[in-house]
Design a protein around this ligand. Structure first.
Ligand SMILES: C[S@@+](CC[C@H](N)C(=O)[O-])C[C@H]1O[C@@H](n2cnc3c(N)ncnc32)[C@H](O)[C@@H]1O
Length: 386
């Protein structure tokens, strides 16, 4: 494998950071690696189409988060933990993250030093700034989230004022309070310091609200391609009842809503469902419902009610789906299932089960995460004729 491909830029902290597992490989070789991985796991089910790569595999991430700490000379540093440790490797410019978001992080670090704000010490559980997260929309709106271990930020008003002066593209600044002993970045309490507390993105021609903790795909350019592949695979005619399972903030279902009679979205995370309902309203969509429930339980309920379902689009987490969900798919017996997966290993296990009643007619890998080992796959299944 060529680790020094001509088109492959190399990140100076690659060996410590651990964020990108395919650093040093040319982009062509990264795509080849992912193609082979999907083929090894899935080609026994059906031919695997050529992976859809990005034209420009850099600066695609719309969400960046860094941890703050001190170096051995007590200088403020920010970056990622060295893999398997709690030692911070300083990152000045992440090559897969949005470029302006990188600059905003640099400005926040300078302001923390200028105003002598303390940095959180996780051993002593003392100090203020713990992490900073920047989220941005494709419409040029930025959200800065200051994650603090303490309830207040000394000179908070001046920091926000200076930050906005330097970066007018920041539309909202949120303080997230996380004083717990945890490896989770965000705590449960948000305090809006400036703006509305959320930003808005446009995806597949619809508007979506991004709040500090809501799940939102990190690569907007390729999310549009992924969703288009999933919706195109379903060949919708306009009269279908479609289930958007594991729907997050309702993005896939809402994008498909104009092509079906009704969308039923199900998602376990309460705040994501709240966002899905807001997104429905924001786009004046009237044929979509969103339910907060375990997807398997909800499918069981629909099967008991003998609900008619034509298409299921399922996009489970990396752990894959479960028997309760998949056996209810069999009971509901939709004509088509579109499985969107971020983990081909669990996809293989789930296909082993689903192919008892369904045949696979397309497997399409999509590279949503260049420079990392992750790969997304869209798989179309048709009900077997009895
Ligand atoms: C890969 S994300 C997909 C989200 C959405 N389809 C999108 O494209 O933004 C998986 C989603 O499944 C949700 N989830 C995880 N376990 C679940 C379960 N048992 N039932 C319903 N939703 C679940 C997660 O909260 C997450 O929002």
């Amino acid at each position: 494998m060529n680790r020094k491909g001509s088109d492959g830029k190399t990140c100076p902290v690659a060996q410590y950071c651990g964020g990108c597992q395919l650093q040093g490989f040319s982009y062509a070789d990264q795509l080849e690696t992912k193609q082979k991985k999907v083929e090894e796991l899935l080609s026994r089910f059906h031919k695997v189409e050529r992976i859809i790569g990005m034209d420009d595999p850099y600066h695609y991430r719309n969400k960046i988060q860094v941890t703050f700490g001190y170096d051995s000379r007590h200088n403020v540093i920010c970056g990622n933990y060295v893999q398997g440790t709690h030692q911070i490797v300083e990152i000045k410019e992440c090559m897969i993250c949005d470029e302006k978001a990188n600059q905003i992080i640099g400005t926040i670090k300078n302001l923390i030093m200028k105003y002598h704000i303390s940095v959180f010490d996780e051993r002593a559980m003392k100090g203020c700034i713990r992490h900073v997260m920047i989220r941005c929309s494709g419409m040029g709106e930025y959200m800065a989230i200051l994650v603090t271990g303490s309830p207040s930020i000394k000179n908070g008003e001046q920091i926000v004022r200076d930050l906005l002066k330097r970066h007018p593209e920041i539309k909202t600044v949120v303080q997230n309070i996380n004083s717990r002993h945890t490896s989770m970045i965000l705590g449960s309490r948000n305090r809006t310091l400036y703006g509305k507390g959320y930003i808005t993105d446009e995806l597949c021609g619809l508007k979506f609200r991004i709040s500090p903790s809501s799940f939102y795909q990190v690569n907007k350019r390729h999310t549009e391609i992924l969703y288009a592949e999933a919706i195109k695979a379903a060949k919708l005619k306009g009269n279908e009842i479609l289930i958007d399972a594991y729907c997050g903030t309702g993005t896939i279902g809402l994008c498909a809503s104009k092509s079906v009679k009704k969308v039923l979205g199900v998602e376990l995370n309460r705040s994501a469902v709240k966002d899905a309902l807001i997104n429905r309203k924001l786009n004046h969509i009237e044929n979509a419902e969103f339910i907060c429930e375990d997807a398997g339980k909800y499918m069981e309920y629909l099967a008991k009610q003998k609900t008619h379902v034509d298409v299921v689009i399922m996009d489970p987490p990396r752990t894959g789906s479960d028997r309760k969900f998949m056996s209810s798919v069999f009971a509901l017996n939709p004509e088509k299932v579109v499985y969107v997966s971020c983990n081909p290993v669990t996809l293989k296990d789930d296909l082993n089960y689903l192919t008892r009643n369904y045949t696979i007619s397309k497997i399409q890998p999509v590279d949503m995460f260049p420079y990392t080992e992750h790969v997304e796959t869209v798989c179309l299944l048709h009900r077997k004729r009895k």
